[in-house]
Design a protein around this ligand. Sequence first.
Ligand SMILES: N[C@@H](CCC(=O)N[C@@H](CSS)C(=O)NCC(=O)O)C(=O)O
Ligand SMILES: [Fe+2]
Length: 229
Amino acid sequence: MQLFDAESSTYTYLLWDKDTKDAILVDPVDTQVDRDIDEATKLNLSLVYGVNTHAHADHITGTHLLKQKISGLKSVIAESSGAKADLHVVAGDRIFFGSRFLSVRSTPGHTKGCTSYVADDESFVLTGDTLLIGGCGRTDFQGGSASTLFDSVQSQLFSLPPTTIVYPAHDYKGRTSSTIEKELDSNPRLGKGKTKKEFIEIMSNLNLAYPKKIDVAVPANMRCGVPDP
Ligand SMILES: N[C@@H](CCC(=O)N[C@@H](CSS)C(=O)NCC(=O)O)C(=O)O
Ligand SMILES: [Fe+2]
């Protein structure tokens, strides 16, 4: 299930095993944790993990609040993020919920710890801010690198089956999903025909304002969403 936070344009994903009802939330937002828990409760699910694709810069993750509200729930993030969590994952790991799992792919570039999570049957991939619909995450802070992001997308995401559905952590234009094929064919920043040199040039001329909450969000997210003491 895809859930949306309008303030930060963030997509949160609720995934579950339909037999065991074990469930996980990927990229929960602090202000939406009660909504997320309500959705899980309505479906009689048991939340086992709160997973982040990276230490977000634009909002505080909901993993800290989820841990406070759901007994036994564990937070998860990539070891390479340097952020605190109960469980640190590396490329090739599997995050199980019931008999279903997500495979961990390391996709640095937007941040140095960015991770994408691929469904066990490769039917979809949660790309975080690495690959957005018709775009990609910015590379101008948190150890970002356009060269690294280009390599991550080419090697770790464009190698997935063309039919794999792309579910990003954000969209700012109301779009909900894409596919690997569509992004390969027509992503204007790094789709077919775009060289790494062209991509680096594009990324160095985005001229985006810094996220409004960056100074609060990044330190909190490095503590798994614990707000400033
Ligand atoms: N205006 C928003 C922040 C928008 C932004 O910078 N988005 C990030 C993803 S959140 S770290 C991004 O990578 N955008 C790429 C793009 O091309 O838009 C705010 O103030 O929070
Ligand atoms: Fe981000």
